[in-house]
Design a protein around this ligand. Sequence first.
Ligand code: SF4
Length: 325
Amino acid sequence: MNIQTTLLTGLRKVSEQHTTETLGDRSRYLGASDVGYCPRKVILEKINPSEHDLKTLIRFQRGHMAEDIVANAFIAAGYTNFERQVEVDISSNDVPIMVHIDFVFTSQTHKIKSILEIKSTGRIPDGPYSSWESQLYIQMGALAQKYPDYSIKGAVLTLDLNEGDVAFFNGYEPQKGIFTGLLERAGTIWSDYQAQLHGENPELETEVSPLCGFCDHIMTCPQFEAEEVPQLAGIVNELQELQTQEKVLKDRIKPYKKKLLTIVERKGPIKTQNRILRKANRCRKYFDMDRLENFLTENGATIEEYQENRSFSFLEIKKAKVKAA
Ligand code: SF4
């Protein structure tokens, strides 16, 4: 068994065990995060849970590590007033909804319960995703229902474990209207799920988003059957706008760098407001291709014999041809 296979089988077991211990059988209820995601994805995942690949399993572990890092930091800082993985049952009208909250801090003196939801991401987003906020509103609504004598607060703490960056999105409070709307949405998801389980094949609601790339049901998704996916237009526009800005910025940065480099080349290192500017030299190793080619020829070989094609992927955006009417 190679190392990848060992990791894959091992982490699958770890993940299943963790889910069973903390969340139980997720096919029997809706969780707070289920309500914020694309309903079709949530329902199909419950019916046919996909076998996670190594990449996804490592991402899951990263999430658990982020929670442990935060817990250790709070313990070391002397906090004792918090609970982890708090479960709140808000099932109603035959819709089982079980909310799990990463951290709940309680102030008995001020009668406040504060939720802290931990998200581990590859890059800190500019703002919280709407699915995170939906999850938080359900969690806050659930706590408000269970503890009517307490004020409830909510926040999301995002950690980028690669870069060590942290972002704190704070200041959330329960919103009755949003909570009710999310419970209604949960009701629809649950009844469609039940209908699907009983072979009725209802038309499942879909929500196209940048997260579709992580969805295991994209190949059968009706939104991606057609040639045109209009819901992605916004994100593609945003990307193209950012790419234009990137080019403009690069063009603006270049002359600054050149002028400052010319100064330090002529004057030597200089200091300005606690920053030192100097010319840095680095060395890179290059192949002397002529000598290498001569050597290979002398030994009866050619450079082409040692060249190979390696494929790589990138996102290409081209203007579509307008079809004749
Ligand atoms: S591909 Fe996107 S829209 Fe389709 S089911 Fe998956 S998440 Fe939903």
